[in-house]
Design a protein around this ligand. Sequence first.
Ligand code: PHE
Length: 342
Amino acid sequence: MQEHIERIRADIAAGIEKVKDGTRQELFELKMKYLGKTGEISALSKGMRDVPAEQRPAMGKLVSEVRAWAEEQFDQTEALLKKKELEARYKSERIDVTMPARFAETGTLHPVNIVKKEIIECFEGMGFDIYEGPEIEKDYYNFQALNIPADHPARDMQDTFFITGEYLLRSQTSSGQIRVMENKKPPIKILSPGRVYRSDSDATHSPMFHQMEGLVVDKGITLCDLKGILDEFARRMFTKETKTRLRPSYFPFTEPSVEVDLSCHNCGGKGCRICKGTGWIEILGAGMVNRRVLENCGIDPDEYTGFAFGMGLERIAMIKYGINDMRYLFENDVRLLKQFKD
Ligand code: PHE
């Protein structure tokens, strides 16, 4: 039996020497061959039964010695293989931080969308809700309810695309005013962005463009409220020093009506190329909601008053970014679009 033990010891030593360049799975299989339940060292323990009683203590000692030795051999080799594996992984997975990165091109928001987002943020901060109305609209909402009857000369202000006698592509987001007031009782405080269409095309007009409508209706609303809100808007959108100026104007759905100018953010009012030497830039139309319009929506004009304003988003973008031809905004040349980062 002693010989047998020595042979096992030699076999294990040779086996381990071989497996040192192998895998942990191979090591495990080798370990099982000797230390597993049916392994050779386990068999030695079982074989003790056949050893004469007087030799048992000495043999038992030898068996437990070889077992302890084998376990240590396997543990050491296991640790060695683990280390080797880790080193190999470190080598293969090493990150070369000096390698040039591959950049994915990221898109940017269109300048009109940047301006739209900024305006919405500005007015949302003042408690306005967003309402979006339909682009295919009824004559009633786009004109009649806004105090522009059929065949009225005021229709000439907006060269409209009619689809049928009754339906058209809305020429102004003011149509949304009616839709909101028909469905909601005051207080009303909404902002309505959207596309509008007019048969018009040159450096400052496009057949499709974007507007942003504002409407506030409540008890005791005055022109001063309009002025105050527009002042705040001007400061936030342009510079802290930007001022607003109201000039008398005409819209059938507001009375009185005003045209709103901003002091030129470029020259501060001294006069420059952007404001064409006047120190002021026209940015939107506005006014107090005409009492006829309130009546058309079932709101009592003796109880409630309101103001409305409407601005062209392309125009705001052109002013803000110094773009002098509106067509640039529709050509979508990436060399232009790349210059605007939100
Ligand atoms: N809808 C008008 C336009 O397109 C602008 C406007 C809106 C004027 C609201 C007054 C009040 O020209």
